[in-house]
Ligand binder design. Structure first.
Ligand code: FA5
Length: 330
């Protein structure tokens, strides 16, 4: 009765008080325990009956305390819910989410493809030694092909890399004559005049495979896989003989597309070839034993084609209206 009164009369009984009550009745030295103790002073035949009654009492008290606790907690929760009610008629906030840059979207797609084919992704410095950018790519100091890539020199030995090919040399040296499968995305710099299709700073993705018995057929199949992954299964590639000092034979690779009048056209997207024996030799590979292929993709070229962009400068002027069109692009 004492318990009942307390529970009833104190509507706002706090959880702390409940705990006090629990201690009073149910703790080791509480009243229920005392009753149990006193059993030893009564006749044996009455012990089972009284014992049972005490246990029932204990259960009842436990239940009551639990129920009250629940009731208090529920009331507390209701209070919180009441104050935190959301007015769904209020106007919402606008969330500004970013979008992936189209050049990064292309790089990520190419990385995903090649990682799936067992390639590693490698990176090299943008401020590069002439040694790696030119000499180890089979272009010695006065090689005329250097003129194909007008360069920003920092001093006689150092420049802003003009292509991602120096990463080839760095990775070959690091791999000390072992088979290699890498792609290397990154920024490159040339003293080109900016216009709709040229930028003084642009991006490339280099690819390099070195192993025994790597042939031109391997290169062709890899490039076809790449192009169809980027543009769709209906695309074809066309290889045109070309010249790079670091590959022999060398090709430029065009991708087919359907012109407005329905006829088929081709657009150049990358350079490629079989790694020149001199390049292998300089980087510690025996050209009698190893062969390889390499390619260099112009990332802007791919993005321009893929997303139908009319001017390369859109990629660099950071106009939010341009960039926000790529929300959700994969
Ligand atoms: C090279 O840079 C070679 N290193 C590619 C290569 C690698 C060949 C491995 C063989 C083996 P090229 O100068 O053609 O090649 O440039 C490659 C691509 O970069 C071009 O196809 C083009 O898409 C892009 N590119 C070149 N110059 C510019 C520029 N000023 N602005 C934007 N993209 C450019």
């Amino acid at each position: 009765n004492d318990l009942n009164d307390k529970l009833k009369n104190n509507a706002e009984l706090q959880l702390a008080n409940l705990e006090e009550l629990r201690q009073k009745f149910l703790s080791k030295k509480g009243e229920v325990a005392n009753l149990m103790q006193s059993l030893k002073n009564i006749p044996n035949e009455e012990k089972p009956i009284l014992g049972k009654l005490i246990n029932e009492l204990k259960e009842e008290i436990t239940l009551k305390l639990q129920n009250k606790k629940q009731e208090l907690e529920d009331a507390e929760l209701l209070k919180v819910l009441e104050t935190e009610k959301i007015d769904i008629t209020l106007p919402g906030y606008e969330f500004h989410t970013g979008s992936i840059h189209p050049l990064n979207a292309v790089i990520e797609q190419v990385e995903d493809l090649f990682i799936g084919l067992g390639f590693m992704v490698a990176e090299g410095p943008e401020v590069e030694k002439d040694l790696y950018n030119f000499e180890m790519m089979n272009m010695e100091k006065d090689h005329p092909a250097r003129a194909m890539q007008d360069s920003f020199y920092i001093d006689q030995e150092t420049l802003l890399r003009t292509h991602t090919s120096p990463v080839q040399a760095r990775m070959m040296l690091e791999n000390k004559g072992n088979p290699l499968r890498i792609i290397c995305p990154g920024k490159v710099y040339r003293r080109d005049n900016d216009d709709a299709t040229h930028s003084h700073q642009f991006m490339q993705i280099e690819g390099l495979v070195i192993d025994k018995d790597i042939s031109f057929a391997n290169l062709k199949e890899t490039l076809l896989t790449l192009v169809q992954n980027l543009f769709g299964k209906d695309r074809e590639i066309r290889l045109r003989p070309s010249y790079f000092p670091f590959t022999e034979p060398s090709v430029e690779v065009d991708v087919s597309y359907v012109k407005k009048d329905g006829s088929k056209g081709y657009i150049e997207v990358l350079g490629a070839g079989l790694v020149h024996p001199n390049v292998l030799k300089m980087a510690g590979y025996n050209p009698e034993e190893f062969s390889g292929f390499a390619f260099g993709i112009g990332v802007e070229r791919i993005a321009i084609l893929k997303y139908h962009i009319d001017d390369i400068r859109h990629f660099y002027t950071n106009d939010i209206r341009f960039l926000s069109q790529f929300k959700g692009v994969k």
